[in-house]
Design a protein around this ligand. Structure first.
Ligand code: 8YV
Length: 333
């Protein structure tokens, strides 16, 4: 009988990832399968030593209790708000994510949304495809300039910094808000100035959300903060939907209290607030921040390597919860 650890990969992934996993584990994959609902996931996880998950699987105490052999959870994502870390800690389950790999790809998408929302690309495409373009018009789809406008970045981690680097190419002054100011050397290199959150919202022409989701960040962008924005301003969210009070945003966009929004993430995704679909001044894409082949393969491989290290008794490179190590040690002994 094989001694190799058994793992479940809950999501469709690339063959490169499956091949790597099969070299090291007994693998139950999900190729071509729809995402498992919670009850099915509980069943599939039973008897597994580890699990490689997408950001859309909820890993909570009930699930871990139903699969007591699970020693490691590797998420193929940088954001891990879908994993109950306290529940992992209490059970000595090591949790890992994939930081660093998707920064540039996600920042590219952030910039794409900045450009698309500011220059009304979605509207332009819909206009054209509806065969409405009959003649040149001086004021057809007038948008907001991006170059030389002030970019406000909320969350100056790796993705925020990658976005700030791109802003340099558009001659955009950068202001940012982060709980802790970043190193002054980084500020100087990026030409970025720290501002309190409400001042950032009042100052920036484009606000881009790049911060991780936490309870503290829930509806951080509410009606009051949106009311601070300029009527010409654009809001972009490449972080998590729950950071923005979506109803308040819809109202601000509907009443043209801000010019436009570019959204990759939503409060109840994949379900959409129907109010968003009625807005011409919202550019909407389905959580594709990291969605390039190269990046998704790298994320999957990173998650699989983390799982390998954890299940071999090592400390995985991207361990989120070192607190679990002591408890995990007891389990491994
Ligand atoms: C993932 C993301 O594709 O990494 C993240 O935090 O939001 C995306 O890159 C998504 O979470 C699905 O796993």
């Amino acid at each position: 009988m094989s001694q190799r650890p058994r793992i479940l990969i809950t999501c469709d992934t690339f063959t490169e990832v499956i091949d790597f996993a099969r070299e090291h584990f007994e693998v139950v994959d999900s190729q071509g399968r729809a995402q498992s609902a919670a009850a099915e996931l509980r069943e599939r996880l039973h008897g597994m030593d580890g699990v490689l998950v997408a950001g859309t699987d909820r890993i909570d105490a009930a699930l871990l209790d139903a699969a007591p052999a699970v020693r490691a959870v590797a998420i193929a994502a940088v954001g891990y708000n879908s994993i109950d870390i306290a529940a992992c800690n209490a059970r000595g389950v090591l949790a890992t994510n994939t930081p660093g790999i998707l920064d540039d790809t996600t920042a590219d998408l952030g910039f794409a949304l900045i450009l698309a929302a500011s220059r009304r690309l979605g509207e332009g495409e819909r206009y054209l495809r509806a065969n409405r373009w009959k003649r040149w018009e001086n004021d057809l789809l007038l948008g907001q300039d991006v170059h030389h406008r002030t970019l406000g970045i909320v969350g100056m981690g790796r993705i925020g910094q990658a976005l700030a680097r791109r802003a340099g190419g558009f001659d955009m002054p950068v202001v940012y808000h982060n709980r802790n100011r970043v190193d002054s050397a980084i500020e100087d290199r990026l030409g970025a100035r720290w501002l309190p959150l409400d001042e950032l919202f009042a100052t920036a022409d484009v606000v881009c959300l790049c911060l991780p989701y936490s309870q503290a960040a829930h509806h951080l962008v509410d009606a009051a903060l949106l009311a601070r924005m300029k009527p010409t301003a654009v809001l972009v969210n490449i972080a998590r939907g729950g950071i923005v009070d979506e109803n308040a945003l819809i109202e601000a966009l509907r009443e043209r209290r801000i010019a436009a929004a570019g959204l990759d993430v939503y409060e109840g995704e994949p379900a959409l607030n129907p109010g968003l679909l009625e807005l011409d001044n919202a550019v909407l894409v389905p959580h594709i921040g990291s969605a390039t082949r190269e990046t998704r393969i790298a994320m999957g491989l990173c998650a699989a390597r983390n799982l390998k290290a954890a299940l071999e008794g090592g400390v995985p490179p991207n361990l989120i919860n070192p607190e679990a190590l002591a408890q995990a040690g007891t389990r491994r002994a």
